[in-house]
Design a protein around this ligand. Structure first.
Ligand SMILES: *[C@@H]1O[C@H](CO)[C@@H](O)[C@H](O)[C@H]1NC(C)=O
Ligand SMILES: *[C@@H]1O[C@H](CO)[C@@H](O)[C@H](O)[C@H]1NC(C)=O
Ligand SMILES: *[C@@H]1O[C@H](CO)[C@@H](O)[C@H](O)[C@H]1NC(C)=O
Ligand SMILES: *[C@@H]1O[C@H](CO)[C@@H](O)[C@H](O)[C@H]1NC(C)=O
Ligand SMILES: *[C@@H]1O[C@H](CO)[C@@H](O)[C@H](O)[C@H]1NC(C)=O
Ligand SMILES: *[C@@H]1O[C@H](CO)[C@@H](O)[C@H](O)[C@H]1NC(C)=O
Ligand SMILES: *[C@@H]1O[C@H](CO)[C@@H](O)[C@H](O)[C@H]1NC(C)=O
Ligand SMILES: *[C@@H]1O[C@H](CO)[C@@H](O)[C@H](O)[C@H]1NC(C)=O
Ligand SMILES: *[C@@H]1O[C@H](CO)[C@@H](O)[C@H](O)[C@H]1NC(C)=O
Ligand SMILES: *[C@@H]1O[C@H](CO)[C@@H](O)[C@H](O)[C@H]1NC(C)=O
Ligand SMILES: *[C@@H]1O[C@H](CO)[C@@H](O)[C@H](O)[C@H]1NC(C)=O
Ligand SMILES: *[C@@H]1O[C@H](CO)[C@@H](O)[C@H](O)[C@H]1NC(C)=O
Length: 337
């Protein structure tokens, strides 16, 4: 009794094994995988085999069966599935994402069974970005850019600043599976253009750009006289002082001489045929009315009879200082005793 019970499954197993052995050499090869919605996909047997009859199924549902030159397509696939009655190759047209699955071909003449898994993906389309604010203050503002697509299977997100990829850092966060970019405490170098690139295995698409207007400065001031860093000039020379600073919006510039404001505004201060009494400190004062910050730079100009007169003045001053300090030391010594 026990033996007959065991006997039946043993036979089934044997048939199955023959089946597996027979099909071992045959594989199903899809013409495209992954496929894109709308594609036509052909599933061929490899090596090419001549089949007299058989059937195709996807998952648990039958697609079609054929016998000789007769084929019958089941309602779920009518009009978009057909078989090559000689080779058994299945052609599916206008595939949709729902057509993703395991496709199984079975034949009794010769006996074989083989399958393949195909996936149908929707291409990425209409990538849009949204930003919560674009006018920012350096070191003080944070901004969030969110990227979305109107359609597309399993989208992956990648961010670009200009042509370089944005990676997460202390100030830069990527959230929601990289679909959201947060830039904290922006700097002047974060102005963009930022774009979002979305891709999957079958397509990619890039958004429009977003630019930030970042207010910063004034800082990094520089002052040149006649295009140089020289500070000593001859009587009768013409001087063009040029003041530069990093600022957005551009800083308002004003000039001062010996600490007193001059009427001159803008980056240039021009002095013609200078005289000795124009020696002194020249300052350029910068103000940014968006950041409400200011900065300044001062240069000490010496005007003399020869180009070295500045140095001579300097040397003379050093002598006087030395004599005075020696005298001071000499005078103060008895006082303390
Ligand atoms: C597909 O074939 C492989 C062997 O090639 C087998 O392991 C697997 O069970 C089959 N899958 C289906 C759904 O028939
Ligand atoms: C693109 O996406 C935006 C936002 O998701 C939507 O408003 C717009 O209608 C979409 N356009 C197209 C052509 O799908
Ligand atoms: C934009 O997002 C940042 C970061 O979350 C936040 O600090 C900022 O206040 C937001 N701006 C606006 C206008 O909501
Ligand atoms: C942004 O700046 C503020 C103030 O300087 C600081 O407290 C904060 O930690 C900074 N945030 C980041 C992410 O660097
Ligand atoms: C997010 O982007 C990083 C690279 O910046 C990548 O390593 C990671 O796999 C991405 N995460 C997802 C969910 O796509
Ligand atoms: C993006 O798609 C274009 C075709 O639309 C292709 O030429 C390009 O190689 C793709 N780029 C990536 C990174 O997949
Ligand atoms: C952002 O700036 C770039 C140049 O840096 C420009 O080509 C692009 O049109 C700007 N984008 C927007 C939305 O203004
Ligand atoms: C002036 O000096 C600054 C800093 O010392 C330097 O960066 C700059 O190149 C100099 N300019 C000229 C014209 O020599
Ligand atoms: C200074 O400028 C004036 C007027 O532009 C010019 O006539 C004169 O020759 C200049 N002097 C020198 C020393 O370059
Ligand atoms: C500065 O300009 C104002 C008018 O803009 C004028 O009244 C004043 O006299 C000028 N001062 C000097 C020192 O040039
Ligand atoms: C800031 O200064 C600019 C000139 O640099 C001027 O056009 C603008 O009106 C000023 N804005 C305010 C708010 O004062
Ligand atoms: C120039 O800048 C210094 C700080 O660098 C500041 O103490 C000073 O008040 C500024 N001078 C003017 C006239 O703004």
């Amino acid at each position: 009794m026990e033996k007959t019970r065991d006997g039946t499954p043993a036979t089934v197993l044997l048939v199955l094994m023959q089946c597996v052995l027979a099909s071992g050499a045959v594989e199903v090869q899809p013409s495209i995988n992954p496929a894109v919605v709308g594609d036509t996909v052909t599933l061929s047997l490899s090596p090419t085999t001549s089949l007299k009859s058989g059937r195709w199924a996807v998952g648990d549902s039958l697609i079609l069966t054929w016998q000789g030159d007769q084929q019958a397509v089941f309602p779920g696939h009518s009009g978009r599935a057909s078989v090559n009655i000689l080779t058994g190759a299945l052609t599916l047209s206008s595939v949709t994402m729902a057509d993703s699955g395991v496709y199984v071909v079975q034949s009794s003449e010769p006996q074989l069974m083989a399958n393949t898994s195909i996936i149908v993906l929707e291409p990425i389309s209409n990538v849009t970005i949204r930003v919560n604010q674009t006018k920012l203050m350096e070191f003080n503002s944070s901004a969030v850019i969110a990227c979305s697509v109107s359609s597309g299977s399993s989208p992956s997100f990648l961010w670009l600043n200009g042509s370089s990829e944005v990676t997460a850092s202390e100030r830069v966060q990527l959230n929601d599976e990289n679909s959201t970019l947060t830039v904290a405490n922006v700097t002047r170098y974060d102005q963009g253009p930022f774009r979002c690139c979305v891709f999957n295995r079958v397509s990619n698409s890039t958004s429009d750009s977003v630019n930030f207007t970042i207010s910063y400065g004034p800082d990094n001031m520089a002052l040149t006289v006649n295009g140089q860093n020289t500070t000593s000039f001859l009587i009768g020379s013409n001087l063009t002082m040029f003041c530069s600073t990093q600022s957005n919006p551009p800083a308002q510039l004003q000039w001062a001489f010996r600490g007193v404001l001059l009427n001159t505004t803008g980056p240039l201060l021009e002095l013609y045929s200078i005289s000795e009494d124009q020696s002194g400190s020249y300052s350029c004062l910068a103000f940014n009315n968006h950041t409400n910050m200011n900065s300044n730079i001062t240069t000490h100009i010496l005007i003399g009879k020869s180009p070295l007169s500045g140095c001579k003045h300097h040397a003379a001053n050093m002598w006087i200082l030395l004599v005075l300090s020696l005298a001071g030391l000499f005078l103060s010594t008895p006082g303390k005793l």
